[in-house]
Design a protein around this ligand. Structure first.
Ligand code: DOR
Ligand code: ZN
Ligand code: ZN
Length: 427
């Protein structure tokens, strides 16, 4: 028995919108029929989902997430994290290796993949670390990690401080045809600040994280990427300076790609209501000028894809306050509705643009065979109700943690059915 998804709205990157019927059989997309063709699908013996008026999209892909397992299961685990992803319409997620132990050995990669197979409801692809224990001192065994199934190398959570270490990492990754994914942060410029260096920090007497702490690594790394020929991917771009450097590197033909998070597209330091750690993340919320720069960078292709940096932390941890609480906010369950409401419904972006940056583009950047509704491809499908306006409610959050600044926001564009590898994993 398969699943017929009838009369759904499909959209391509050029925002061409078509009403289609889609048949899922086993784990594949078996048939796609133009609804205007007049061919009425034989639905007998199949499950039927009426998608009339709803968006039928390839399952969303999130290349930057924290699932916290192993080691921080009080924040999230693979079972809760993948269910949270499914609620947000994500069917492929790439998990960051800053777990405990960190993902720096074949054993830990195997642990993640085994857990994902038994506990997970969507596809989980791990990253391995660049350096052992993310300490920046010694490279991991890139070849063994690749063999075990990582999609790239990153020390996300911290920057790689040594230029020589980064250059060695890039050279090794390039020789294996693998990407380096960089959390860009120069520790000598940060000194333990909780927020951006700017108006909020000044008002509250806090130390600030300067823009240069990010951009200096971006600048250094694009030069190292040029020297080594590696595919270099910049995490969570948040500053105008980083955008400028990436744009320049791309014009030069350097193999660089980049990602941006919904919160950096939507919020600036001026929006932080007070000393509430649900507004604390790294990189921090920057100035309105930076926000405008990352929006324009996504629009002109300087920034390639949207990711969430889903970073769960418990209420107790976040209650420690702006100074002591850990960095990070949830991402999965509000990403699409936030961007649909604030960019598509306001006429700034087309629906096709938003969907492309969350599906096909990330698949292309990382060479994944997902993010498409083509016949024969894996049946990863997200159905989105584009009409219902609903508030973000804490009680409805599926993640084990609740740390988001978006509680109470009235949003439209809610995933209502998520199908991963042909199975309904959220409805
Ligand atoms: O906000 C963040 N949270 N930024 C990071 O770099 C790490 C992440 C986490 O692991 O919580
Ligand atoms: Zn990071
Ligand atoms: Zn991260």
């Amino acid at each position: 028995m398969g699943i017929w998804i009838l009369n759904g709205l499909t959209v391509d990157a050029n925002n061409v919108q078509t009403t289609k019927h889609v048949l899922v059989e086993n784990d594949k997309i078996a048939l796609v029929v133009d609804a205007l063709s007049g061919d009425v699908p034989q639905t007998e013996g199949h499950e039927v989902i009426d998608a009339a008026g709803k968006l039928v999209s390839p399952g969303f892909i999130d290349m930057h997430v924290h699932l916290r397992e192993p080691g921080f299961e009080h924040k999230e685990n693979i079972a809760t994290g993948t269910r949270s992803a499914a609620r947000g319409g994500f069917t492929t997620i790439a998990c960051m290796p800053n777990t405990r132990p960190v993902i720096d050995t074949v054993d830990t990669v195997n642990y993640i993949l085994d857990k994902a197979a038994t506990d997970g409801v969507v596809r989980v692809i791990p990253y391995g670390t660049i350096t052992k224990n993310e300490l920046g001192r010694e490279l991991t065994d890139f070849a063994a990690l690749k063999e075990a199934g990582v999609i790239g190398y990153t020390d996300d959570g911290v920057g790689v401080q040594s230029a020589q270490m980064m250059k060695d990492a890039m050279a090794l990754a390039a020789s294996l045809g693998m990407p380096i994914i960089a959390h860009c942060e120069d520790d000598t410029l940060v000194v333990g600040a909780p927020v951006n260096e700017g108006t909020f920090a000044t008002k509250h007497g806090l130390k600030g994280i300067p823009n240069e702490s990010e951009a200096i690594h971006v600048g250094r790394d694009v030069l190292l990427a040029e020297a080594t020929g590696v595919h270099y991917h910049v995490c969570h771009v948040s500053t105008e300076q980083s955008v400028r450097l990436i744009r320049h590197a791309k014009q030069f033909g350097i193999k660089v790609t980049a990602e941006v998070c919904p919160h950096h597209l939507l919020l600036s330091e001026e929006d932080i209501p007070g000393m509430d750690a649900n507004w604390k993340m790294n990189p921090p919320l920057r100035t309105p000028r930076d926000v405008q720069a990352v929006i324009e960078a996504l629009e002109d292709g300087t920034i390639d894809i949207i990711v969430t940096d889903h970073a769960p932390h418990t209420e107790e941890e976040k209650a420690k306050g702006m100074l002591l609480a850990p960095f990070g906010i949830l991402g999965f369950e509000t990403a699409f509705s936030l961007l649909y409401t604030k960019f598509v419904l306001t006429g700034k972006w087309t629906l096709g643009f938003l969907v492309d940056r969350m599906t096909k583009k990330p698949a292309d950047v990382f060479g994944l065979p997902y993010g498409t509704l083509e016949v024969g491809s894996v049946a990863d499908i997200t159905i989105v109700d584009l009409d219902t306006t609903k508030a973000v409610l804490k009680e409805e959050i599926v993640s084990r943690s609740k740390n988001t600044p978006f509680i109470g926001w009235e949003l439209r564009g809610w995933p209502v059915v998520t199908i991963a590898s042909g199975k309904v994993v959220y409805s």
